[in-house]
Write a new protein. Structure first.
Length: 302
Protein backbone atom coordinates (compact mmCIF):
# COMPACT_ATOMS: atom_id res chain seq x y z
CA UNK A 1 0.00 0.00 0.00
CA UNK A 2 2.92 2.35 0.74
CA UNK A 3 4.27 2.08 -2.80
CA UNK A 4 0.84 2.76 -4.28
CA UNK A 5 0.56 6.02 -2.35
CA UNK A 6 4.12 7.26 -2.96
CA UNK A 7 4.77 6.45 -6.63
CA UNK A 8 2.55 9.31 -7.76
CA UNK A 9 5.06 11.78 -6.33
CA UNK A 10 8.02 9.95 -7.90
CA UNK A 11 6.24 9.99 -11.25
CA UNK A 12 5.64 13.73 -11.00
CA UNK A 13 9.20 14.86 -10.32
CA UNK A 14 10.84 14.26 -13.76
CA UNK A 15 7.95 16.03 -15.47
CA UNK A 16 8.08 18.94 -13.03
CA UNK A 17 11.81 19.49 -13.57
CA UNK A 18 11.62 19.11 -17.35
CA UNK A 19 8.80 21.62 -17.60
CA UNK A 20 10.54 23.95 -15.15
CA UNK A 21 13.77 24.04 -17.17
CA UNK A 22 11.95 24.56 -20.46
CA UNK A 23 9.90 27.51 -19.21
CA UNK A 24 12.80 29.06 -17.27
CA UNK A 25 15.19 29.04 -20.23
CA UNK A 26 12.63 30.80 -22.44
CA UNK A 27 11.72 33.50 -19.95
CA UNK A 28 15.22 34.28 -18.63
CA UNK A 29 16.25 35.16 -22.20
CA UNK A 30 15.15 38.78 -21.55
CA UNK A 31 18.00 39.07 -19.05
CA UNK A 32 20.57 37.10 -21.03
CA UNK A 33 20.16 39.16 -24.20
CA UNK A 34 20.72 42.44 -22.35
CA UNK A 35 23.36 41.85 -19.66
CA UNK A 36 25.96 39.21 -18.89
CA UNK A 37 24.89 35.93 -17.28
CA UNK A 38 27.60 33.93 -15.56
CA UNK A 39 27.34 30.67 -13.64
CA UNK A 40 30.32 30.35 -11.30
CA UNK A 41 29.67 26.91 -9.74
CA UNK A 42 29.70 25.58 -6.22
CA UNK A 43 33.53 25.28 -6.15
CA UNK A 44 34.07 28.99 -6.78
CA UNK A 45 34.41 30.02 -3.16
CA UNK A 46 30.83 31.38 -3.29
CA UNK A 47 31.80 34.66 -4.97
CA UNK A 48 33.18 36.13 -8.17
CA UNK A 49 35.34 39.22 -8.69
CA UNK A 50 35.63 41.53 -11.69
CA UNK A 51 37.45 44.74 -12.50
CA UNK A 52 36.41 47.62 -14.72
CA UNK A 53 37.15 48.81 -18.24
CA UNK A 54 40.74 49.18 -19.37
CA UNK A 55 42.41 45.92 -18.45
CA UNK A 56 45.67 46.67 -16.68
CA UNK A 57 46.14 49.95 -18.53
CA UNK A 58 48.08 51.24 -21.53
CA UNK A 59 51.09 49.15 -22.62
CA UNK A 60 54.15 51.34 -23.43
CA UNK A 61 56.94 50.72 -25.95
CA UNK A 62 59.51 48.09 -25.02
CA UNK A 63 63.09 49.42 -25.00
CA UNK A 64 64.64 45.98 -25.33
CA UNK A 65 65.63 45.86 -21.69
CA UNK A 66 63.04 46.95 -19.11
CA UNK A 67 59.54 45.50 -18.87
CA UNK A 68 57.00 47.95 -17.46
CA UNK A 69 54.96 46.59 -14.57
CA UNK A 70 51.26 47.19 -15.27
CA UNK A 71 48.94 48.32 -12.51
CA UNK A 72 46.66 45.77 -10.88
CA UNK A 73 45.27 48.06 -8.22
CA UNK A 74 44.17 51.42 -9.66
CA UNK A 75 40.84 50.16 -10.96
CA UNK A 76 37.79 49.37 -8.86
CA UNK A 77 36.88 45.80 -8.01
CA UNK A 78 33.38 44.38 -7.87
CA UNK A 79 32.75 41.26 -5.82
CA UNK A 80 29.59 39.36 -6.72
CA UNK A 81 28.30 37.19 -3.88
CA UNK A 82 25.09 35.32 -4.86
CA UNK A 83 22.28 35.16 -2.32
CA UNK A 84 19.93 32.24 -1.87
CA UNK A 85 16.21 32.39 -2.62
CA UNK A 86 13.89 29.49 -1.91
CA UNK A 87 10.21 28.72 -1.39
CA UNK A 88 8.03 25.63 -1.39
CA UNK A 89 4.66 24.43 -2.60
CA UNK A 90 2.72 21.42 -1.36
CA UNK A 91 0.98 19.13 -3.86
CA UNK A 92 -1.85 16.94 -2.55
CA UNK A 93 -2.28 13.41 -3.86
CA UNK A 94 -6.06 13.69 -4.29
CA UNK A 95 -5.61 16.46 -6.87
CA UNK A 96 -2.63 14.92 -8.65
CA UNK A 97 -3.52 11.24 -9.20
CA UNK A 98 -6.29 11.92 -11.70
CA UNK A 99 -3.82 13.68 -14.04
CA UNK A 100 -0.23 13.30 -12.86
CA UNK A 101 1.29 14.67 -16.08
CA UNK A 102 -1.00 17.70 -16.17
CA UNK A 103 -0.48 18.53 -12.51
CA UNK A 104 3.29 18.10 -12.84
CA UNK A 105 3.43 20.42 -15.85
CA UNK A 106 1.38 23.00 -13.99
CA UNK A 107 3.72 22.84 -10.98
CA UNK A 108 6.84 23.09 -13.16
CA UNK A 109 5.40 26.03 -15.11
CA UNK A 110 4.32 27.98 -12.05
CA UNK A 111 7.60 27.46 -10.18
CA UNK A 112 9.56 28.58 -13.24
CA UNK A 113 7.31 31.62 -13.56
CA UNK A 114 7.90 32.48 -9.90
CA UNK A 115 11.68 32.33 -10.26
CA UNK A 116 11.75 34.30 -13.52
CA UNK A 117 9.39 36.94 -12.13
CA UNK A 118 11.74 37.29 -9.16
CA UNK A 119 14.89 37.52 -11.29
CA UNK A 120 13.35 39.82 -13.90
CA UNK A 121 12.11 42.16 -11.17
CA UNK A 122 15.64 42.39 -9.78
CA UNK A 123 16.95 42.93 -13.32
CA UNK A 124 14.53 45.82 -13.86
CA UNK A 125 15.37 47.29 -10.46
CA UNK A 126 19.08 47.28 -11.26
CA UNK A 127 18.39 50.07 -13.76
CA UNK A 128 15.38 51.63 -12.03
CA UNK A 129 17.54 52.19 -8.92
CA UNK A 130 20.41 53.49 -11.02
CA UNK A 131 20.17 57.01 -9.56
CA UNK A 132 19.71 55.91 -5.95
CA UNK A 133 22.51 56.33 -3.42
CA UNK A 134 21.23 53.18 -1.71
CA UNK A 135 22.58 51.07 -4.59
CA UNK A 136 26.27 51.64 -5.31
CA UNK A 137 29.04 49.97 -7.28
CA UNK A 138 32.70 49.33 -6.61
CA UNK A 139 33.42 53.06 -6.79
CA UNK A 140 30.90 53.73 -3.97
CA UNK A 141 28.47 55.79 -6.07
CA UNK A 142 25.26 54.97 -7.90
CA UNK A 143 25.23 53.50 -11.39
CA UNK A 144 24.23 56.86 -12.95
CA UNK A 145 26.15 59.58 -11.19
CA UNK A 146 27.91 62.88 -11.93
CA UNK A 147 30.89 62.04 -9.72
CA UNK A 148 32.30 58.66 -10.70
CA UNK A 149 36.02 58.65 -9.79
CA UNK A 150 38.11 57.55 -12.76
CA UNK A 151 40.30 55.39 -10.49
CA UNK A 152 40.72 54.65 -6.78
CA UNK A 153 43.53 57.13 -6.11
CA UNK A 154 43.02 60.10 -3.79
CA UNK A 155 42.05 63.21 -5.78
CA UNK A 156 41.25 61.23 -8.94
CA UNK A 157 39.41 62.94 -11.77
CA UNK A 158 35.70 62.22 -12.02
CA UNK A 159 33.35 61.58 -14.91
CA UNK A 160 29.60 61.86 -15.29
CA UNK A 161 27.20 59.42 -16.88
CA UNK A 162 23.94 61.10 -15.97
CA UNK A 163 21.87 63.92 -17.41
CA UNK A 164 18.36 65.34 -17.52
CA UNK A 165 17.66 65.63 -21.26
CA UNK A 166 14.27 64.54 -22.57
CA UNK A 167 14.18 61.55 -24.93
CA UNK A 168 14.72 62.54 -28.57
CA UNK A 169 16.96 61.59 -31.48
CA UNK A 170 18.99 64.76 -30.94
CA UNK A 171 19.40 63.83 -27.26
CA UNK A 172 20.66 60.37 -28.20
CA UNK A 173 23.32 61.75 -30.56
CA UNK A 174 24.38 64.37 -28.01
CA UNK A 175 24.75 61.63 -25.39
CA UNK A 176 26.84 59.60 -27.83
CA UNK A 177 29.29 62.49 -27.95
CA UNK A 178 29.53 62.56 -24.16
CA UNK A 179 30.12 58.79 -24.01
CA UNK A 180 32.88 59.06 -26.62
CA UNK A 181 34.87 61.08 -24.06
CA UNK A 182 34.95 58.29 -21.46
CA UNK A 183 38.45 57.24 -20.40
CA UNK A 184 39.90 54.22 -18.61
CA UNK A 185 41.38 54.38 -15.10
CA UNK A 186 44.74 55.53 -16.52
CA UNK A 187 43.19 58.28 -18.69
CA UNK A 188 43.18 56.42 -22.01
CA UNK A 189 40.31 56.75 -24.46
CA UNK A 190 38.55 53.50 -25.42
CA UNK A 191 35.87 52.45 -27.87
CA UNK A 192 32.38 53.00 -26.51
CA UNK A 193 29.85 52.49 -29.28
CA UNK A 194 26.26 53.07 -28.07
CA UNK A 195 23.67 51.04 -29.95
CA UNK A 196 21.04 50.16 -27.33
CA UNK A 197 18.41 52.26 -25.58
CA UNK A 198 16.64 51.18 -22.39
CA UNK A 199 13.27 52.86 -21.85
CA UNK A 200 10.13 52.62 -19.71
CA UNK A 201 6.87 51.46 -21.36
CA UNK A 202 5.86 55.14 -21.62
CA UNK A 203 8.60 55.82 -24.19
CA UNK A 204 8.14 52.69 -26.30
CA UNK A 205 5.89 54.46 -28.86
CA UNK A 206 8.72 56.90 -29.58
CA UNK A 207 11.19 54.02 -29.89
CA UNK A 208 9.01 52.47 -32.59
CA UNK A 209 9.37 55.74 -34.50
CA UNK A 210 13.10 56.16 -33.89
CA UNK A 211 14.43 52.63 -34.43
CA UNK A 212 14.01 49.76 -36.87
CA UNK A 213 13.75 49.03 -40.58
CA UNK A 214 11.07 51.68 -41.09
CA UNK A 215 13.06 54.42 -39.36
CA UNK A 216 15.63 55.31 -42.00
CA UNK A 217 14.36 58.90 -42.11
CA UNK A 218 14.54 61.23 -39.13
CA UNK A 219 11.02 61.32 -37.62
CA UNK A 220 11.61 64.73 -36.03
CA UNK A 221 12.60 66.41 -39.33
CA UNK A 222 10.32 68.04 -41.88
CA UNK A 223 13.06 67.66 -44.52
CA UNK A 224 13.28 63.84 -44.49
CA UNK A 225 16.85 63.84 -43.16
CA UNK A 226 18.47 60.45 -42.62
CA UNK A 227 18.06 59.00 -39.14
CA UNK A 228 21.45 58.60 -37.40
CA UNK A 229 20.08 56.15 -34.82
CA UNK A 230 17.71 54.13 -36.97
CA UNK A 231 19.80 50.95 -36.63
CA UNK A 232 19.74 51.02 -32.82
CA UNK A 233 17.57 48.62 -30.85
CA UNK A 234 15.69 49.16 -27.62
CA UNK A 235 14.54 47.20 -24.59
CA UNK A 236 11.66 48.11 -22.29
CA UNK A 237 12.66 48.25 -18.62
CA UNK A 238 9.64 48.25 -16.34
CA UNK A 239 10.33 50.27 -13.22
CA UNK A 240 12.06 53.17 -14.93
CA UNK A 241 10.27 56.47 -14.42
CA UNK A 242 8.04 57.62 -17.31
CA UNK A 243 10.71 60.01 -18.63
CA UNK A 244 13.90 58.15 -17.70
CA UNK A 245 15.99 56.57 -20.43
CA UNK A 246 19.42 54.99 -20.80
CA UNK A 247 21.84 54.83 -23.71
CA UNK A 248 24.29 51.91 -23.68
CA UNK A 249 26.96 50.06 -25.60
CA UNK A 250 25.32 46.62 -25.81
CA UNK A 251 28.64 44.75 -25.94
CA UNK A 252 30.07 46.56 -22.91
CA UNK A 253 26.75 46.23 -21.08
CA UNK A 254 26.98 42.44 -21.30
CA UNK A 255 30.62 42.55 -20.20
CA UNK A 256 30.32 44.88 -17.21
CA UNK A 257 26.76 44.36 -15.95
CA UNK A 258 26.02 40.83 -14.85
CA UNK A 259 23.73 38.38 -13.20
CA UNK A 260 26.09 36.02 -11.41
CA UNK A 261 24.60 32.64 -10.53
CA UNK A 262 26.16 30.15 -8.15
CA UNK A 263 24.12 27.28 -9.59
CA UNK A 264 21.31 27.12 -12.12
CA UNK A 265 17.78 27.45 -10.66
CA UNK A 266 16.21 24.11 -9.84
CA UNK A 267 13.28 22.31 -8.27
CA UNK A 268 14.18 20.11 -5.28
CA UNK A 269 11.82 17.44 -3.92
CA UNK A 270 11.56 17.48 -0.15
CA UNK A 271 11.38 14.23 1.78
CA UNK A 272 8.51 13.91 4.26
CA UNK A 273 6.53 11.29 6.17
CA UNK A 274 3.06 12.02 4.81
CA UNK A 275 2.44 9.90 1.66
CA UNK A 276 -0.57 12.02 0.70
CA UNK A 277 1.39 15.21 0.02
CA UNK A 278 4.61 16.14 -1.75
CA UNK A 279 6.67 19.29 -1.28
CA UNK A 280 8.60 20.84 -4.18
CA UNK A 281 11.14 23.57 -3.40
CA UNK A 282 12.05 26.24 -5.95
CA UNK A 283 15.67 27.24 -5.35
CA UNK A 284 18.08 29.74 -6.89
CA UNK A 285 21.14 31.72 -5.82
CA UNK A 286 22.19 34.81 -7.74
CA UNK A 287 23.11 38.48 -7.55
CA UNK A 288 23.09 41.36 -10.03
CA UNK A 289 25.51 44.25 -10.24
CA UNK A 290 28.02 46.16 -12.32
CA UNK A 291 31.80 46.43 -12.32
CA UNK A 292 32.05 49.64 -14.36
CA UNK A 293 29.63 52.45 -15.23
CA UNK A 294 31.33 53.57 -18.44
CA UNK A 295 29.11 51.44 -20.65
CA UNK A 296 25.92 53.47 -20.22
CA UNK A 297 24.54 56.97 -19.70
CA UNK A 298 21.25 57.54 -17.88
CA UNK A 299 18.92 60.51 -18.24
CA UNK A 300 16.45 61.46 -15.52
CA UNK A 301 14.45 64.43 -16.84
CA UNK A 302 12.34 66.45 -14.43
Amino acid sequence: MGNLYTTWALDMYPIVTSRFQDIYEKKVELIKKTIGYKTIGKNSGQSYQEEGIGGYGYIPDYDGDTLTELSQSRGFKKVYTPKEKAAKITVHRKYAVSDISGEAQKVGTKLANSITITQVRDFYNLFANGWSSNYVGGDSVSLFNASHPINNETGADVFSNTGTTAFAVSAITATETLMAKYKTFDGTYFDCNPDLVLVPPDLEPKCKQFFGENSKLLPESQYNDSNPVGTYRYEVIKGLGPKQWILADSMLLKEYVKMVVLSEPEVIPSEQDNPLTKIFVAYCDYVLGWSDARMAYGHNPA
